[in-house]
Design a protein around this ligand. Structure first.
Ligand code: BGC
Length: 839
């Protein structure tokens, strides 16, 4: 904790009972008059226990929204600093502020999560220190008992429930000199540890863009609904003219169900704003102390004719620098990527959250753990995630475990250490180190990483398995029942044991990088122990897994747990499972981010592409076909019949499953760091599926790296690469006739060559073709199995099981000595017909 400035200001709050009860929820205004005489410079520091807007002489100071953002307030409360020299006047001046509930005092957490209000503070505390720098001396104007307070026009505000504003209660000129503040009440100094005050290390939340109404709808029940065409996070600005006292109500939702606002996924969040008009002319209003996740807004009480131009959606998020782009020849894939980007925007509102709309919006550790690599590609997240990791470490040292959400709002919850969630403590700093190459990220997090690992070590059984305690497991496996998302196919303790392998490997590497040799030796031993325990418990010597789900295989493969031979066998088994599921997705939060990698790494690239490009539910692209504009929490948040999934976890804006975008960047487009921070880059695109082109750009710490590849109809391959100064790159050219791998330095590089003949053709089908190959081709597999069934009704044919995969058609015919007449000929006819069409 650092108190970087000598503070003379104190936190102030309205005197208790200075207000009548019916006004008690109203966001207080604070003001103080003072004089100044042209200082060289005037700097204002401001923060609050709640959201704060500062004013000087009637002007809003700064452009931040939802300030001071959310941090672990008990340890760190950020303050904002503004140069206000230009707003200051010679003579009389007035400092003002409006304070909302925010995260410090407002409702937090789902039903049953415990106390939900006033979790971090129970008074609307304001802190301001204005520093006036005169040539020969300095003066300060600070929050103290000279301030006065009165209830403002914000009747109530809550991030979950929305804001109620009555413009008739506005006090014109309240933050300008000369305002008559008679009747304003006194304030008192309240206790708040000033040691917690810190300058922010993350960018503030700002209004980032605006979106116009795409269409105005009249719902079946006659309600007026605006569709912004994009599921977004922020609020609506409304332009209106009407009689004083008229109230316009805006209710927000992410989806329509049966043509009406689908608010059930919001659970207890009311997501409703009310604006009561002051009357007498054109009025423009937008809320300031709430935010919503929505695409649709239902408008009630609008006076006169509502036209689309009267409403504007204001998109807010932490003002990070965009660093990553991706594009391909497949429009659905591009939309999937866009959806990932939008889910990131909507869930990077001061901290990385699970969702932005229902009664959560919390810093769930597991979600950012799996999404981290994608996030670090799309935006520069050093600020926001670095700040959040500090909160994680502080809460961890206070509580002795890593809470499931950071900042933790549950003061009395039982400690719960779960794999994938809690081990964000180790894996997220590692992700950031890979993206930015800065060893300080690891050094800063090292104690937290060590403490977490020590704690997990203490939970291991004698052989080294993490086999007890609650685990979320492969959360939201599509086969888990809607009401029990943790009950997926993969044994939760297998997930924990696999993640333990990963965490201990990363610890050994981290200790090595930081030069902690003893630690490194210890972690290497621990890593070997937990890996052996995993192998003994879950892996047959052949490489088959006891709990053979796609998630289990994908983890064992990508976490380097298996021997080379086992890995190949596991890859086959994984490919078989994926094919068996007809290339629909069968993994949840844990398996999804590593599934395509596991297939690629074991030589099943085409299976990865078929999975990626599948549009049947559940799949990556199914939501895109259902008009999704963000990543959904569940594969089928909206079901094919248009109904909203009945499960409680049904957000339409959850970035976790968007983690596949990392594979799009690294493998489809082919841009990845070969060394931490892109000091060395690997361009290794792996075209597949029906893609004819892809491109990626990333602003690395050294400058922009870029790649694009394109395959022409005639088999010409064009590859362009940009390598930033100070780095070099390995380029593994796709479909190159000589498999060219080349080294290049900074600058732009261009290749143009002919792919090997038949690069996209498969060999003709024959009696020597295996079942495995046939099963890869949905059309022939269907005619083949139908033909078989017409001779052998009721006998199922399996193309993807490890046993069947290598079986040739000839083998199959040989296994049926008493073949019905015409059977062999019919099968041959199927093959010939398929060859005529496609080769
Ligand atoms: C959140 C998740 C989170 C999960 C933990 C949910 O309510 O929305 O994204 O990771 O709980 O199980």
């Amino acid at each position: 904790m650092t108190a970087s400035l000598p503070w003379t200001a104190r936190f102030i709050a309205p005197l208790p009972h200075s207000d009548t009860t019916d006004r008690s929820e109203r966001a207080p205004l604070f003001r103080r008059d003072f004089t100044a005489s042209s200082p060289r410079r005037a700097v204002l520091h401001v923060t609050a226990l709640g959201f704060v807007e500062a004013y000087l002489n009637g002007h809003r100071v700064g452009d931040e929204v939802l300030a001071p953002g959310w941090t672990s307030y008990r340890h760190r409360l950020n303050y904002s600093t503004y140069d206000v020299t230009d707003l200051l006047k010679d003579g009389a001046n007035t400092l003002g502020a409006m304070v909302g509930e925010g995260w410090a005092r407002g409702r937090l957490g789902w039903e049953g999560a415990g106390p939900t209000k006033n979790i971090f503070a129970d008074r609307p505390g304001l802190f301001m220190q204005l520093e006036l720098d005169y040539a020969d001396h300095a003066e300060t104007v600070v929050t103290d008992t000279d301030f006065r307070t009165a209830p403002g026009p914000v009747l109530s505000d809550s991030i979950y429930d929305g804001e109620q504003y009555d413009a008739r209660l506005e006090l014109p000129g309240w933050s300008t000199p000369g305002f008559n503040a008679t009747g304003w009440a006194g304030v008192e100094v309240i206790d708040w540890d000033l040691e917690t005050l810190e300058a922010p290390t993350k960018e503030p939340v700002r209004r980032i863009e605006e979106i116009a109404v795409q269409r105005l709808i009249t719902s079946p029940s006659g309600k007026t609904v605006a569709d912004f065409g994009q599921n977004l996070v922020g609020w609506v600005r409304v332009n209106v003219e009407g009689d004083a006292g008229t109230t316009v109500t805006l209710r927000h939702a992410e989806v329509l169900e049966d043509g009406e606002l689908g608010t059930r996924p919001l659970r207890t969040a009311k997501a409703t704003d009310n604006y009561t008009l002051r009357g007498g002319g054109a009025e423009t209003w937008e809320p300031r102390f709430t935010f919503h996740g929505f695409r649709y807004v239902e408008i009630k009480g609008y006076p006169g004719q509502l036209t689309a131009d009267r409403l504007t959606a204001v998109v807010i998020h932490t003002d990070m620098t965009r660093t990553g782009w991706f594009e391909s020849s497949n429009p659905l894939l591009n939309q999937l990527h866009r959806n990932t980007l939008w889910s990131m925007k909507g869930n990077f509102v001061s901290l990385p959250t699970d969702c932005p709309q229902r009664d959560e919006r919390l810093g769930w550790t597991g979600d950012i753990n799996v999404f981290g690599p994608t996030a670090a590609y799309l935006y520069d997240v050093r600020g926001i995630l670095g700040s959040w990791l500090r909160d994680l470490a502080l809460e961890q040292s206070e509580k002795g475990y890593v809470p499931m959400v950071v900042p933790d709002f549950q003061t009395h919850a039982a400690p719960m250490t779960t794999a994938v969630w809690s081990d964000a403590a180790v894996l997220l700093p590692w992700t950031l180190y890979q993206a930015y190459g800065d060893e300080r990220i690891l050094a800063d997090a090292y104690n937290s990483m060590k403490d977490f690992t020590a704690q997990v070590e203490g939970l291991l059984n004698p052989v080294g398995l993490w086999d007890t305690g609650f685990q979320f497991g492969d959360w939201l496996d599509p086969d888990a029942p809607p009401e029990n998302p943790g009950k997926g196919k993969t044994e939760p303790h297998l997930v924990a044991a696999a993640y333990c392998c990963r965490v201990t490997q990363v610890m050994a590497q981290t200790a090595g990088i930081l030069g902690h040799q003893e630690d490194q030796t210890r972690y290497l031993k621990l890593a070997a122990r937990v890996k052996q325990a995993f192998l003994d418990e879950y892996v047959a010597p052949s490489g088959r897994l006891v709990n053979g789900s796609a998630t289990a295989y994908a983890l064992a493969i990508t976490f380097d747990i298996l021997t080379h031979a086992q890995e190949a066998r596991a890859g086959e088994a994984l490919a078989a499972l994926v094919a068996e599921a007809k290339y629909t997705i069968s993994t949840g939060f844990v398996g999804t981010p590593v599934l395509c990698d596991a297939l690629t790494r074991t030589g099943h690239l085409e299976d990865a592409y078929r999975l990626l490009l599948q549009t049947e539910c559940p799949s990556f692209l199914y939501p895109v076909t259902m008009d999704a504009t963000t990543i959904w929490e569940r594969w089928d948040s909206m079901r094919p019949d248009g109904t909203v999934n009945p499960g409680g976890m049904t957000s339409f804006n959850h970035y976790a499953l968007g983690a596949v975008a990392d594979w799009l960047h690294r493998t489809v487009a082919g841009l990845a760091p070969a060394e931490p921070g892109y000091k060395r880059i690997r361009f290794a695109p792996k075209p597949g599926g029906d893609l004819t082109s892809a491109a990626a750009r990333h602003l690395t710490p050294y400058g922009e790296a870029a790649i694009s590849w394109r395959i022409g109809d005639d088999g010409t391959v064009v590859v362009d690469v940009t390598v930033p100064e100070g780095t070099n790159a390995e380029v593994i050219l796709p479909l190159h006739p000589e498999d060219l791998v080349t080294e290049v330095g900074p600058g732009t590089h261009h290749w143009n060559y002919q792919a090997p003949e038949c690069f996209n053709e498969r060999p003709a089908y024959s009696l020597d073709t295996t079942f495995g190959v046939l099963a890869q081709d949905p059309e022939i597999w269907q005619t083949f199995t139908e033909t078989f069934a017409s001779y052998f009704p009721g006998i199922p044919l399996e193309g993807n099981s490890p046993e069947a995969k290598n079986l040739t058609i000839k083998d199959m015919l040989g296994m049926i000595p008493m073949r019905p007449e015409g059977f062999a000929e019919a099968i041959e006819k199927v093959l010939t017909a398929a060859n005529e069409v496609t080769t």
